[in-house]
Design a protein around this ligand. Structure first.
Ligand code: GLY
Length: 304
């Protein structure tokens, strides 16, 4: 399963834009299928799919990342292996084309779970990951979005509680969850965060248990939405706990997680989930969520 963000997504009412999103989701899903059918691990599949989503500028991650209050890109990402709960994460990184790949290096090549900002980029140099020129991240759409916000003095207003996280906002994040032929689970989440966020703000995406979680005994989860809500509700782990504690399947655990998010804090966003039996589920409190899935090797399904 993969997702490309949640929100009001008014732009997908335009057929051309909708087709552009769905084509990309479909292409990346099919790529993920091939990776898994060739016998690669769930971990490899989620890293590959997340990297492809990061490479497509229509999604808010990697090269399509939104800009912060100073017009800069600061990206967060995390990856988790359900076999042993190994995890790697990076936060507030720039000049890295695929933060999800750096997150995997943190998991495999360091003794830590999360590295941030300059330290993470120093570690990228150490791992041989090349810095990407900053121009790569400044897509015309993101610059226009930022300039419009500046012209309307929305930068400050967007930090106001009543406006931050309004339903009009697209909570862009990308994510992937997978179960491989051996029954192993993995999850990956990556994002540019929220438009006009304060410099140094870190969302849920790189936080294990909030925006990402994977445990072979339960499920793999990737969330998308207003990060602060998912951090406060420990959203991804909550869904996993419904399976671990109550023996639910992916569908009922996801709905229980969404109900908890909504009831406790009116949380905004959603998640994709695959459980240990390979059952897929999705849930969201926003109007839409861009997503797609292939269950038990069947036909690929895409939608909002
Ligand atoms: N869910 C993405 C973020 O809040 O940064």
């Amino acid at each position: 399963m993969i997702h490309g963000g949640a929100g009001a997504l008014a732009n997908v009412d335009d057929d051309k834009t909708a087709v552009r999103y769905l084509d990309s989701i479909h292409r990346i899903l099919e790529y993920g299928r091939e990776v898994l059918e060739l016998g690669s691990s769930a971990l490899q599949a989620v890293e590959t799919c997340a990297s492809l989503l990061e490479d497509d500028p229509i999604f808010n991650a990697g090269c399509g990342s939104v800009l912060n209050e100073f017009g800069k890109v600061e990206m967060d990402a995390a990856i988790m292996d359900g076999r042993d709960l190994a995890a790697g994460a990076v936060a507030a990184v720039e000049s890295i084309a695929n933060p999800i790949q750096l997150a995997r290096f943190v998991m495999t090549e360091s003794e830590h779970v999360m590295l941030i900002s300059e330290g993470a980029m120093h570690f990228a140099d150490h791992c041989g990951i090349k810095r990407t020129p900053i121009d790569y991240f400044y897509t015309p759409e993101r610059l226009a979005q930022f300039n419009e916000a500046r012209a309307n003095k929305k930068i400050m207003l967007d930090h106001d509680d009543t406006q931050a996280g309004s339903e009009d906002q697209k909570y862009g994040t990308i994510g992937a969850v997978a179960r491989d032929l051996k029954g192993n689970l993995a999850a990956a989440t990556s994002t540019g965060g929220i438009v006009n966020k304060r410099m140094g703000r870190v969302g849920d995406s790189p936080i294990v248990g909030a925006g990402v979680y994977a445990d072979n005994e339960t499920c793999a989860v990737s969330a998308t939405g207003y990060g602060e809500d998912f951090m406060r509700s420990v959203f991804a782990k909550t869904i996993s706990d419904f399976i671990y504690m109550k023996g639910m399947d992916a569908e009922s655990a996801t709905q229980a997680g969404i109900e908890y998010l909504q009831r406790k804090i009116k949380g905004r966003g959603g998640a994709i989930v695959v459980d240990k039996q390979g059952r897929c589920a999705k849930g969201f409190t926003t109007k839409k969520m861009i997503h797609g899935w292939i269950e038990h090797g069947g036909k690929s399904m895409v939608g909002f």
